[in-house]
Design a protein around this ligand. Sequence first.
Ligand SMILES: *[C@@H]1O[C@H](CO)[C@@H](O)[C@H](O)[C@H]1NC(C)=O
Ligand SMILES: *[C@@H]1O[C@H](CO)[C@@H](O)[C@H](O)[C@H]1NC(C)=O
Ligand SMILES: *[C@@H]1O[C@H](CO)[C@@H](O)[C@H](O)[C@H]1NC(C)=O
Ligand SMILES: *[C@@H]1O[C@H](CO)[C@@H](O)[C@H](O)[C@H]1NC(C)=O
Ligand SMILES: *[C@@H]1O[C@H](CO)[C@@H](O)[C@H](O)[C@H]1NC(C)=O
Ligand SMILES: *[C@@H]1O[C@H](CO)[C@@H](O)[C@H](O)[C@H]1NC(C)=O
Length: 237
Amino acid sequence: MMSFGDHQLYLLFLLLVKFHESVGVDVIFTQEPSNPSYFNKGSDANLVWNYADPHNKIAAIAYSVLVNGEFKTMIFNNSHGVQEHSSIPPSYKGRVKIEGRATLVIKNINTGDNTKFRCEMWKSPSGQVESTVQLIVAEALLMNLSLGGKYFTEGSNATLSCKASGKPPPYVSWIRNGVLESSGKEAASLEFNNINRTDAGQYTCQANNSMEVTSINTTIVVHYTFPIVLVLEWQDL
Ligand SMILES: *[C@@H]1O[C@H](CO)[C@@H](O)[C@H](O)[C@H]1NC(C)=O
Ligand SMILES: *[C@@H]1O[C@H](CO)[C@@H](O)[C@H](O)[C@H]1NC(C)=O
Ligand SMILES: *[C@@H]1O[C@H](CO)[C@@H](O)[C@H](O)[C@H]1NC(C)=O
Ligand SMILES: *[C@@H]1O[C@H](CO)[C@@H](O)[C@H](O)[C@H]1NC(C)=O
Ligand SMILES: *[C@@H]1O[C@H](CO)[C@@H](O)[C@H](O)[C@H]1NC(C)=O
Ligand SMILES: *[C@@H]1O[C@H](CO)[C@@H](O)[C@H](O)[C@H]1NC(C)=O
């Protein structure tokens, strides 16, 4: 004789979960572009969305752009296929298309595209689900090395700092002979307390982000004095 124990309760729980999944799940995004999304000037931006629509509730998928504080529909896809919307801003005419399930392609990215893009899934009979991303046009990495002079005297304290700017904001590291000496976000400094002749040599400051890696080499020179050795000979005395 079986009792209504923990095992049965667990099965009942699983059934309830399944029931909830089949009824409760409506239109949802299963993939959204990273936010923000970075693209190089002149490249084509691919904003990839994907979705689940278990009950075929989607009537249309529309893509809009934020222009002067307002989202303007550019292009949409419904049962009649893909069409440009009448409110598409002139700068996007002929420059946007839809690929795959819900990928918005914006051709030939320029600085005017530093704005938000939205994918809206219009449901039947009503309602909508939307997802918005900020597009950022990547900017080349620029680096500055500030040296308190490249020449140091042994025993002194020295600081070398390296800064980098760009979009996305870079990570900066100081490397010597392949070994990471220090690092930081947008700046890194190399500090020597009591600099030694063994610290002399080539150092590389590297800046990197998801789009680019760039570096600057610098050489540190450490001056030191030779110990003075007096050789006295009997003849001189
Ligand atoms: C248009 O939307 C339907 C779903 O409503 C989808 O199956 C189809 O792949 C979409 N076509 C394009 C080109 O986006
Ligand atoms: C170098 O820095 C250390 C620790 O910060 C300090 O004790 C020392 O006096 C400094 N030396 C010189 C030459 O400034
Ligand atoms: C590099 O230095 C120049 C001149 O001092 C300055 O205009 C620029 O903003 C600096 N760039 C970085 C990345 O710090
Ligand atoms: C430099 O480093 C070497 C090896 O670590 C050490 O023998 C020497 O005393 C140091 N020189 C000074 C001036 O600190
Ligand atoms: C930059 O380089 C560092 C060190 O090699 C690495 O840990 C980091 O993931 C890189 N960052 C990006 C955005 O590529
Ligand atoms: C820095 O030096 C290394 C070799 O020491 C070289 O491979 C690299 O190209 C140099 N980088 C720059 C930016 O000059």
